[in-house]
Design a protein around this ligand. Structure first.
Ligand code: ATP
Ligand code: MG
Length: 416
């Protein structure tokens, strides 16, 4: 069995079915974080059994799954057990070894496939693919240069002065702003590359952002595509802090362009599963045409968590449908929403003492939906949960969100 385009005739996996050995229909996920946990919830709501492969015995997803295989992502016995238990497998963790997905795909449908996850794991390949489909997506990347060798660094220093000031980003393993150094000058660039251990990087021109947004797309084995409306995201310290998801959060024409671009990228990649494409919005009238594609995540995304409470199908529902070969419902947002991320910082009082936040005060406010991920230890910067605020209109949602942000000391609500 193979992945992606070869799987157009996938037979749907029905939740109540059993195989010849009497084993219940089971969906598997690589990774045990909060994205895996919300995937498990969605799969179980439909009636599937679930299996999580994740070494941490206390992982958010492992704690709620029917099966929890506690091995590394490249452990042959663990992978064999996952393939034996599951009728289809997905991932919640984009840095899962591509070889793992290849191995699993020998015997089971794996969505998204190894090839596309491999692209998303490497900024150099990712940007090359965005560039290759720019004519159909209508969006380009920020101007950039690949720096993998001292000679390439020298060429950039000699010939690409327009890329400074810029951001040097490691090609692999970056997330939440990690593996990035902002550089103003040629001297700083050379020093930054040394600081990053002379590893493969891209230098990206620093753009004048007016906003950031993302689009969640789901694509089935048969090529059916559905998408959510784009949401506006605010990052604080390189980590997503706030998602604004309501009409008017973005200019309508820009939102349409972003949505069409994300769908075009999913098609170009022959993607199966849920894909998040992140965009920069730059000063209008600029040479970049207002919208620039930043990066993609081959899985549901933090910026799509509002879909759990504000839409009639969530990003996790679509992940389940896509991998299991079920029809993809076009999701409908029924409520304006703001999502506030809850980092571990919220658990610390002003004097540095660890204490439980006053959830009663928060939950007394109308339209507040609290999601905690079951992580035992609160640490600064650690994603512990999120709050979605829904309401009849954007103004009332914003009012409640402000009060919540004030109570919990959450940043970013009034930022761009
Ligand atoms: P994620 O957690 O989304 O995976 P990441 O660590 O992979 O993030 P990026 O999305 O590349 O990193 O960058 C993090 C943030 O830094 C962006 O959301 C944006 O606010 C800012 N940023 C990145 N690149 C640029 C750029 N070229 N110009 C201006 N700001 C940028
Ligand atoms: Mg990002």
């Amino acid at each position: 069995m193979s992945e992606g385009a070869d799987m157009t005739t996938m037979t749907p996996i029905f939740p109540s079915s059993t195989d010849a050995a009497g084993q219940r229909a089971t969906l598997g996920v690589l990774g045990g974080g909060q994205l895996g946990r919300m995937f498990v919830h969605a799969a179980q709501r439909l009636g599937y059994f679930t299996a999580v492969l994740e070494p941490d015995p206390q992982s958010p997803a492992g704690l709620v799954s029917h099966h929890h295989i506690q091995t590394g992502y490249d452990d042959p016995a663990g992978l064999a057990q996952l393939a034996q238990l599951c009728q289809a497998i997905t991932t919640e963790f984009e840095n899962v070894p591509a070889q793992t997905l290849h191995t699993l795909a020998q015997t089971r449908p794996v969505a998204p496939g190894a090839a596309v996850v491999g692209i998303a794991q490497n900024r150099i390949e990712e940007k090359a693919r965005f560039t290759a489909c720019a004519d159909v997506s209508g969006v380009s990347c920020a101007p950039y240069a690949v720096i993998e060798t001292p000679a390439q660094l020298q060429t950039v220093l000699d010939e690409r002065a327009e890329l400074l000031p810029g951001i040097l980003k490691t090609a692999r393993m970056g997330y939440d702003g990690k593996g990035q150094v902002r550089v103003q000058t040629a001297g700083a660039l050379a020093a930054a590359w040394a600081e990053l251990g002379h590893t493969a990087c891209v230098l990206e021109k620093m753009l004048p952002l007016t906003a950031e947004c993302s689009v969640l797309v789901a694509r089935g084995w048969d090529g059916q595509v559905v998408s959510f409306a784009p949401q506006r995201n605010v990052h604080v310290g390189g980590i997503l802090a706030v998602t604004h998801a309501y009409e008017g959060a973005l200019p309508p024409a820009l939102a349409d362009r972003a949505r069409e671009a994300a769908v075009a990228i999913a098609r170009h990649l022959d993607y199966v599963g849920v894909l998040c494409v992140e965009f920069f919005v730059v000063d209008d009238g600029s040479e970049y045409g207002g919208l620039v594609v930043n990066e993609m995540a081959p899985r549901p995304h933090n910026s799509g968590h509002y879909t759990l409470d504000a839409c009639d199908a969530s990003q996790f529902d679509l992940q389940v449908h896509a991998m299991a070969g079920l029809p993809l419902p076009q999701p409908r947002q029924h409520s304006p929403a703001i999502m506030l991320n809850l980092l571990g910082d919220v658990w610390f009082a002003a004097d540095g003492q660890l204490r439980e936040p006053d959830w009663s005060a928060v939950l007394r406010l109308p339209g507040t939906h609290l999601h905690l991920y079951g992580k035992v230890e609160a640490r600064a910067g650690r994603k512990m949960g999120h709050l979605t605020i829904t309401g009849p209109d954007a103004a009332s949602v914003t009012t409640v969100a402000r009060r919540v942000a004030e109570m919990l000391g959450l940043p970013g609500l009034d930022a761009m």
